[in-house]
Every structure is written in structure tokens, then in C-alpha cells.
Ligand binder design. Structure first.
Ligand SMILES: [Zn+2]
Length: 156
């Protein structure tokens, strides 16, 4: 069941297109790029295919397929972008619909959650509120990345 007014549900219903389209989906999970403006190359979202707001409320089937879905997503992203590390996290306070951030840390960026979160926060704020375009990943680049990920053996 999808919920009106939920950003994730709008994406799942097709009302809001994902940049480059769907990367992968199975019975429970859907993988795509984060919505524009994309300020972080390879920032993906793994979202549940029904509206649910608490991980504690996943069905056994949804729980069982979560691990493989995250692993496949990280496998494909690792091979395609060769990041130093991939961060996977779920907050769900802004968009409450269960979703996971899959955020690759490039080798040139200092390791650590604080560094990465500070960079992400700064890029997002300066892009959204001041209109800086420095970090915006062009749509064509996202589409190319999506094609490479979609065709990766991890998802075949
Ligand atoms: Zn939803």
C-alpha cells in the first residue's frame, strides 16, 4: 500500500521519476538514484516497496531480502565507482517511508562519518539554499551510472 503525499511512494508509483530510472527491484525493495539535485555521485536509495515507517514492522520476507539487496547494491557500486568505503544508513525522519542511504565515500575524502555527513550537509545546503552548482552531478552522468549499475552482474 502506498501513501499519498509520501515522496518515496510517489517514486514507487511512477508519479516522480527517478534520475536514470530504476536500478534494481525485487518483491520487497527498490533501488534508484537519490532525487535531484544530486550533489553526491553514486548516492543511491534502497526503499521498501510499500509504505511502512518503522524497520521493526518489516515482514519476515522483507527482512530476509534486505540483506541481499543491500549487498548487491554495494557490490555493484563498489565495482562501478571504486569508492574507498560505502556507507549505508537509515534515518527516516524527513522522508518517513523506510529507506536506506547508500553513500559511497570517494578515496580522496577523509574517512569517518562526521566528515562525510558534514560534506553532504554543506553540499546540500549550499546547493538548495544558495543555488551553488559546484557539486551537482549532471543528469547525463547519473543516467550513465544507472545503466552501468543496472547491468552489473550483482543484479542479474
Ligand atoms: Zn511511502
Amino acid at each position: 500500500m502506498l501513501k499519498n503525499g509520501c515522496m518515496s511512494c510517489n517514486i514507487l508509483s511512477g508519479r516522480t521519476p527517478s534520475p536514470g530510472g530504476v536500478i534494481y527491484e525485487n518483491e520487497a525493495w527498490h533501488v534508484d538514484s537519490i532525487q535531484p539535485p544530486v550533489v553526491w555521485k553514486g548516492f543511491l536509495i534502497v526503499k521498501l516497496k510499500r509504505h511502512c515507517e518503522h524497520i521493526a514492522e518489516l515482514t519476515p520476507q522483507e527482512s530476509l531480502s534486505l540483506g541481499p539487496t543491500l549487498q548487491q547494491t554495494c557490490r555493484a557500486l563498489s565495482d562501478v565507482l571504486n569508492p574507498a568505503k560505502i556507507y549505508v544508513c537509515s534515518f527516516g525522519d524527513g522522508v518517513k517511508h523506510i529507506h536506506f542511504w547508500v553513500l559511497p565515500r570517494p578515496p580522496e575524502m577523509r574517512p569517518g562519518m562526521h566528515t562525510v555527513m558534514r560534506h553532504l550537509d554543506m553540499r546540500t545546503a549550499l546547493t538548495r539554499f544558495l543555488g551553488l552548482k559546484k557539486w551537482i552531478v549532471p543528469e547525463a552522468e547519473i543516467e550513465q551510472l544507472v545503466v552501468k549499475l543496472k547491468n552489473h552482474p550483482a543484479f542479474q
